[in-house]
Design a protein around this ligand. Structure first.
Ligand SMILES: [Zn+2]
Length: 80
């Protein structure tokens, strides 16, 4: 499952409901239980996305590189 597939699943879930959200102030992350029916990569990506919101609450110019770094770190940790 590639990034495009994950993005498609996320978009579909967002149309039906939200995939998840993060309140950076309270550090509370909520995930849609429908994610449990999706491939594990989708759940991991969306959880990572919400975790990155703890560092950067909005989808601004800082968010994208933080997300990319986190994805790289996650892949690196999975191999070790
Ligand atoms: Zn977001």
């Amino acid at each position: 499952m590639g990034a495009a597939d994950i993005a498609r699943v996320k978009e579909r879930l967002q149309h039906a409901n939200k995939t998840g959200n993060c309140n950076a102030r309270t550090e509370n992350i909520r995930l849609n239980t429908e994610l449990a029916k999706k491939p594990r990569a989708c759940l991991e990506y969306i959880l990572l996305h919400e975790l990155v919101h703890l560092l950067e609450p909005t989808h601004n110019d800082r968010f994208t590189p933080l997300m990319a770094d986190s994805c790289r770190a996650g892949r690196s940790n999975a191999r070790s």
